[in-house]
Ligand binder design. Structure first.
Ligand code: FA5
Length: 340
């Protein structure tokens, strides 16, 4: 049997000597060392060998396998080097050409701002729960004090699902879910994607991002709300930002406000993003309506709260001076590469 092993070794080495290219070498390697190759098939002789010689035979086959593998690797390195030298000596090879740049990915601007906002609020003791994008009519509207015949439903045109549920039109359903799940007092923010059946323009998308904030405690005040909003905006922009507060109507807050910031695309002069007003509507907010507290299982005589719903996509536009919201989710790499 040892003769057979020796014979395979001699044949393999003789063939290896003649190989001049890497493809043939690979074929030969498979023929000798592959799963069904010559070396593996030596094992079939095992059954003809007396039991006491079997271990030695097995060892010899194994040694042969390792020896040949070494020969193939060495020959492979020699051939690869030869190919490389031939390429370098080619008159068309220019070693001074710059190498091809490997594309490097980067975080999407929405992700960057979301992480910044989460970090700011975490330092103020806020938790960040997650809630479903496909919601029931109850959580998206009814529990937020918007019954079926309420005109406010027209403010948020809805994508309905076949099963009677809907794609959440805002992050506010998270308020009710938080109230039902956590024990007050608490502070929470919930960033997320929302959907509206909208006519699209430079500042309106059908799929956009908001961050909802909710604080439930005893004796919560409007002053506390405004202070937190100012901290948030100035932390994000890392500069003084001009803001204005107007009364705003949302059925789930009372009183309600609209917080606008000066348009940073045109520095307040007027452009298509701010519809020539110089201001961008960024952040509606207010004190949580007693009916909403009740829907969340809280007694409005004991607990009070404030909430806001920040337009995250619009915030990204203001921070990076983007003149059309449709770029944000458009997926164009030329746009996204600018945020390296
Ligand atoms: C709401 O969605 C309320 N849920 C916000 C709220 C929460 C109010 C808590 C009070 C208390 P509104 O529809 O205005 O409100 O949207 C909030 C913000 O989302 C807007 O200020 C704006 O920045 C952004 N937004 C609204 N519609 C669009 C759209 N189509 N495309 C991009 N951003 C939008």
């Amino acid at each position: 049997m040892s003769d057979k092993i020796e014979q395979v070794k001699i044949e393999a080495n003789a063939e290896l000597e003649k190989v001049t290219d890497e493809a043939t070498l690979r074929e030969l390697e498979i023929r000798y060392l592959g799963k069904k190759g010559t070396v593996a098939s030596l094992m079939k002789f095992m059954r003809d060998i007396p039991n006491e010689e079997k271990p030695l035979f097995g060892k010899k086959v194994n040694d042969l396998k390792q020896e040949l593998q070494h020969e193939f690797d060495t020959r492979g390195a020699v051939l690869r080097n030869k190919t490389l030298m031939a390429e370098v000596q080619d008159p068309f090879f220019d070693p001074t050409l710059p190498s091809m740049d490997e594309p490097v990915g980067n975080l999407h601007p929405l992700t960057v701002i979301t992480e910044e906002i989460e970090a700011i609020f975490r330092t103020m003791g806020f938790v960040i729960p997650d809630y479903p994008e496909a919601e029931s009519e109850f959580f998206n509207f009814e529990a937020l004090n918007i019954p079926g015949d309420h005109p406010a439903r027209d403010m948020q045109d809805t994508f309905w699902l076949k099963d009677g549920n809907l794609l959440r039109t805002h992050t506010s359903p998270g308020q009710i879910r938080t109230m039902q799940q956590l024990k007050p007092p608490y502070r929470a923010i919930f960033p997320g994607k929302v959907y509206r059946y909208e006519a699209l323009d430079a500042s309106h998308e059908h799929t956009f991002h908001q961050v909802e904030g909710l604080v439930v405690d005893k004796n919560v005040s409007v002053g506390n709300l405004i202070h937190s909003m100012k901290v948030l905006i100035e932390e994000i922009f890392q500069r003084k930002v001009n803001i204005r507060l107007r009364p705003g109507y949302f059925p789930f807050v009372e009183p309600g406000f609209e917080l606008d910031m000066e348009c940073s695309v045109c520095q307040g002069k007027g452009c298509s993003v701010c519809k020539r007003t110089g201001w961008v509507e960024l952040l509606p907010c207010g004190l949580v309506h007693p009916n909403v507290l009740r829907a969340g299982g809280l007694d409005p005589d004991e607990w009070s709260g404030w909430a806001f719903g920040l337009g995250l996509s619009r915030l990204v536009m203001m921070k990076y001076e983007i003149d059309d919201i449709r770029h944000i989710m458009g997926g164009d790499l030329r746009f996204l590469d600018q945020f390296q």
